[in-house]
Design a protein around this ligand. Sequence first.
Ligand code: NAD
Length: 280
Amino acid sequence: MAAQIIDGKAVSAKVKEEVRQEIEREGLEVGLAVVIVGDDPASRVYVNNKKKACEVCGIKSYEYALPAETTEEQLLELVDTLNADDKVNGILVQLPLPKHLNEEKVIERISPMKDVDAFHAANVGKIMIGNYAFLPCTPAGCMELIHSAGIDVSGKECVVIGRSNIVGKPMAMLLLHENGTVTVCHSRTKDLKEVCRRADILVAAVGRAGFVTADMVKDGAVVIDVGINRNADGKLCGDVAYDEVAEKASFITPVPGGVGPMTIAMLMKNTVMAKRIQSK
Ligand code: NAD
């Protein structure tokens, strides 16, 4: 039987509408600063989409587009200015940064209270403990999709492929918080296929088109595809060989229209949360 599609566009529209209503109802003034350095075309698309989502939600967005040759000192100075600016509740520095800039140093400079990506070590630590204000947007979006399909994570075998700080590791933590039995796989994992076949919930965050094939998926599994890749024809696709896996899974997220839109919706949620924290 073919899998049910979890519609990320619809769920993200719902989350954004909830954020919009919350802002309207309470007359909140919320601002998000988006910093982009250089002219990476993918980053430009992401930044534009984030600005559009701000408009939809009634969040004021402030864009800072800096040239590729911006020095670390200049970027850190801008972060300091934004940290001190009361109109700015959230600060997002679009990654990746040009190679001469130290991403870790820049992220650590953002006030943890304005770190709406939840990449700052202080926020990452809170996520580990389970006492957090912000959740990293992509894993939080995956959880929202899982919930939207009415899936209870408790006691389920969960396998996450990928161990990045942005997706894989926090994803594993969020599944663990909901009492999943979690395995994290990576490039050195042995018998990846066998491990994946145990999964009731399989999350792919690898960055390789068509990486997860049907023989790696248990019948009836829930498959969440985080990957954003281009296939040989230049078409946008995920990490999952969608057509064959959809024949086996119970639920599946498409690419595009799955996790991607959720990431932005969760960013909007985090920005309102930031406003609340700062208003206390
Ligand atoms: P990354 O390159 O930092 O991490 C990839 C992970 O995959 C690594 O941990 C690595 O160990 C693992 N991996 C690589 N080859 C493997 C193999 N052969 N077997 C098992 N594991 C292997 O990437 P990332 O930042 O975590 O992103 C992963 C994908 O998700 C990318 O396609 C990225 O574009 C996408 N992404 C999407 C969103 C979204 O909003 N939908 C957000 C962030 C990232």
